[in-house]
Every structure is written in C-alpha cells, then in structure tokens.
Design a protein around this ligand. Sequence first.
Ligand SMILES: Cc1ncc(COP(=O)(O)OP(=O)(O)O)c(N)n1
Ligand SMILES: Cc1ncsc1CCOP(=O)(O)O
Ligand SMILES: [Mg+2]
Length: 563
Amino acid sequence: MTESTQLLCCHFDCGGQVRLSKVAPFVRSSLRFPFWSSHTNTNTKKFRVGSVKVQEADMNMVITSDNKIPHVLTVAGSDSGAGAGIQADLKACAARRVYCSTVITAVTAQNTVGVQGVDIVSEDFVAEQLQSVLSDMHVDVVKTGMLPSLNIVKVLCQSLRKFPIKALVVDPVMISTSGDVLAGPSVLNGFREELLPMADIVTPNIKEASVLLGDVPLKSVSDMRTAAKLIHDFGPRNVLIKGGDLPNSVDAIDVFFDGEEFYELCSLRVNTTNTHGTGCTLASCIAAELAKGSSMLSAVKTAKHFIGTALDYSRDLVIGNGAQGPFDHFLAFKNMNQSSSRQNRFNPNDLLLYAVTDSAMNRKWGRSIAEAVKAAVEGGATIVQLREKDTETRDFLEAAKECLKICRSYGVPLLINDRIDVALACDADGVHIGQSDLPASLTRTLLGPGKIIGVSCKTTEQAQQAWIDGADYIGCGGVYPTNTKANNRTIGLDGLKEVSQASKLPVVAIGGIGLSNARAVMEIGVPNLKGVAVVSALFDRECILTETRNLHALLSEAAFLIQ
Ligand SMILES: Cc1ncc(COP(=O)(O)OP(=O)(O)O)c(N)n1
Ligand SMILES: Cc1ncsc1CCOP(=O)(O)O
Ligand SMILES: [Mg+2]
C-alpha cells in the first residue's frame, strides 16, 4: 500500500490551486504570463525537458530581503525506508533550497520490498500538527501526499481555510504500483468535493487520474488530455497527469493543462529501477519552486528536469534488496560550487538596464573588461552580458571570473554572449545566444534548469520557438540602426512590439538605444517588455558610471510611469 511505491510509477500528482486571489503577488505576477496568447485549446505545446547531468549552483537556502525563507509544508505519510513520503519531501525541498515543515498523516513500515504496515494518525492529531505549524510559521505552499482518511482531508481543508497560503499542491496518493488502494471511495469524494477545488495543481499518475474519474481507462496521450480536462472540472487550477506508466512510450510524457492550454512535457525515460519516491519528489519540487515565486508551468518544468537528473545520477545506486530502490536527491549537486552562486535564478525585472560589453570599445578607451563592468554595475546596470567577440578564450575566461566576483558582490546576474563553454567554465549565471549560435533547446540541456538563457529574436516564430526551447527571455532588435553590430537588420518599434506580443517571455530591446530614445522604447505599451540592452551608450563613452546612472534613472522613471 505504499505511498512510495505508488509514487514511483506516476510522478506528478494533483495539486490544488488556491484561487488567484489567494496567490501572493509574486506568484500572481508570474502566473499572469500566458504563453502564446494566440493559441487555442486545441493546440498542444510540446517541449522537451532535458535529463542530463546538471550542476546546480547553490545549496544555501533562498533567503528573501526580509530574511524569510520560502517555506513548504508537506502533509503526508512517513516512509521508514525514506524513499518516498515525508522523507522524500524533506530531501526534495532541501535540494531545491527551501524550508520544509511536516505534518504526518500516517506512519508506514516499508522498505524497498514493499509496505509491511501502516498506522494512520488520528485526525485530531493531524489537526494539532497543522495548528502548530500554521499558527506559528509563515508557510508559502502546502503540498499534500498520503491523506488516508476522509476526516484527515476535512481537517486539512479546514486549516487551509483558516490559514491562507499562496499555493496548494495536491499529489493525490491513492493507489500503489502493486494496485493497493490507499484512499477509499470516501477519501475520493473528499478530494473531488473539498480538496481539489482549493488546489493550484493536482498531479495524478495515470492510475490515479483513472480512479479520480471513476475508473476510466487511460491508454494514450490523447486519453491523458481528456482526463486532464475532466479533472480540471473538479476545480483545481492546473492539472498535471504523469505518463510514466503509459505503455509503449519511449519518452516519459506528462500532460499539463492550465484550464486553457495543453502542454506535453517529454523527457527521456531513465533506465533504472531506483524510482521509489519520484511522485512525492516531483510534487515537492513544484511546491518548492512555487514558494520561490516561479510560475506554475516553469515550476513543473523545473521539477520534471530535477527528477530526470536525480534519476540519471542514481541509476546504479544500490539501497535495499527490493525491486524499486530510492534515488539520491543530492547526487545531482555533487560538483556544485556553493560559495559563488546567486540565490535567485532569474527575475525578469533584472532586464531593466542590461549592459553589454564590447572589447573594441574597451580597447579604444583603455579599459579592462572588469573595469568596465565594475563601473556599469556601480552605475546601476541590472544585468551584465560579456560580449567579447575578439578576446582569446583563456583571457575571456579569466576576465569572466573577475567580472563574476564583481557582479555577485552587487547581486547582479552575469551572462556570457555565445560562449556556453566559457559560461560553464566560470559558472556564470547564464548565456545570451543568437539564432546562429547553439540551439536554445540544446543550450538548456547543457546548462540545466538553473541558468538564465536569453535568445535573440527578430520574428514572432523565433519568439515562440524560444519559449518552447526553454529560454528565459528574448533579446529583440536591432530596434534602431547601430554601428556596434554589422549587417544587423533593423526592426523598429513596430517589430519590437510584434515580437514581444507573440511571446509572453520577458523581452529586452536592443540596438541603437540610449538616453535619447530609451523612453520611447519603454513606452510601446507591451507589458512583457522589461528593459533595454545597451552597448555603445554605456561603453563607448568617457564615463561609464555617469552614463549608466543617467540611463538607470531614466529607465526607472519610465518603468514606474508605465506600470
Ligand atoms: C540582450 C541581447 N540581445 C540580442 C543580442 C544579439 O545576440 P546575437 O544575435 O547572438 O548577436 P551577437 O551579440 O552574438 O553578435 C545580444 N547580444 N544581447
Ligand atoms: C548585439 C546587438 N544585437 C542587436 S543590435 C546589437 C548591438 C547593440 O549595440 P548598441 O547598443 O551600441 O546599438
Ligand atoms: Mg550570438
């Protein structure tokens, strides 16, 4: 009857959603981005979630400016073998760098062979645990796992009504891989009638989706889409059906439905039996990313990538003698460099004043790259890109390391233009790539989910592809004519507007922009245009510091006025 065994075959479970009004501003603003506004319900976006070895950068907790740590409360069962349940949730949240508190609903005696016993915690004591945590601690997101009785579902719902949270992730643990029913018909009614209507996301596997719908068989991706829509009708804001158990599929395909659009998330099936606890881990990762402020789809993609990476690292691990072993949540981070990384991955508002260096300009003014970067970040640059077209690789790497130290000390992200190798070698925060560089999808696979990827786009098709490929932002231009980049077609403000409107990825405008025209760019009236990227207006000037300060002041005012 194990929650854990059950978890391995699926991996996303239902998560309810708190209604938008309950979602904290930072979550709400990211949810505001639909993806392609022109798409209809009949379209399905497909994208690939990489499953390669990833070096995550940071094991420190993500601490906000007011000293709060994103906080997930898991309400689930204990797994003595520590592969699934509460123990998996704790490990997943630690690996995703958020705090995790726990309310235990059942204690199971289990190992890699199976479940030997279950002791259900009384609903009164579940209520007491909920009260203890929620009355004292600031919980961002609640994630649920094994809820073994209807009364436990009811006390949970009561607590959620009493203590509003930002998001609710429901992993509808109902049935084990071996077919054991973990939640009877009355619990099912509790899910359908009380919990799911409160959920931001519900993450059933195929069997659970089938049970939720009254034992309707699901045999294909098309069935999964139909099921996602029907489960959405129970009230959760988003549905993720995990297709890990789908027969005859080379890929692990999950179907995500946000009430309007379907998305198919594909990843290579990892050939391992160490899959015990993937469902719990996936739901906890989603909860962790939501707690950090991610949009829902982005949280789901990151979580799926995390699972793929952890399974890949743990494929040959031997823990226990049973058929399905646990995996290691932390192996994926074995090479990480703790001290140097940024705490948050990407904030679109960082695009406001995007400083792009130029080696020829630095030579002309007799500056090193690091001197130029230091002046720019002191002046208020909110993100920096090293665009060193004619610097020797070895010198580029050394300069990048120096610039990274400077940028980290100011909390400013540093990206590398074109050179993914250099970005990886110095552990930069990400890269900016163009249409003739390595494809963005491959770049995402190489860099993993934790790095920032910007893609240059001049057309609406390129903008849509950038989203599919897993980019974080679009660099759009040249808006005005420029001498900095040869043979670069100018698209004007109209082109900028058209491209920006085609994708709700955040956009930064580039090309011929400076003090005289930055306001006009910012005023095109497209909410996802977040700032301007400039080269010569900062770096082909006598005093970088002054120019950056002036442009920053202008942009801050423009951003404030158009809010
Ligand atoms: C923010 C930003 N946007 C666009 C570009 C241009 O990139 P790309 O098209 O790859 O051209 P090069 O910069 O490599 O010449 C950019 N660098 N930054
Ligand atoms: C790299 C790049 N990509 C499009 S235009 C451009 C150059 C922008 O430089 P400047 O800000 O000096 O016009
Ligand atoms: Mg390029």
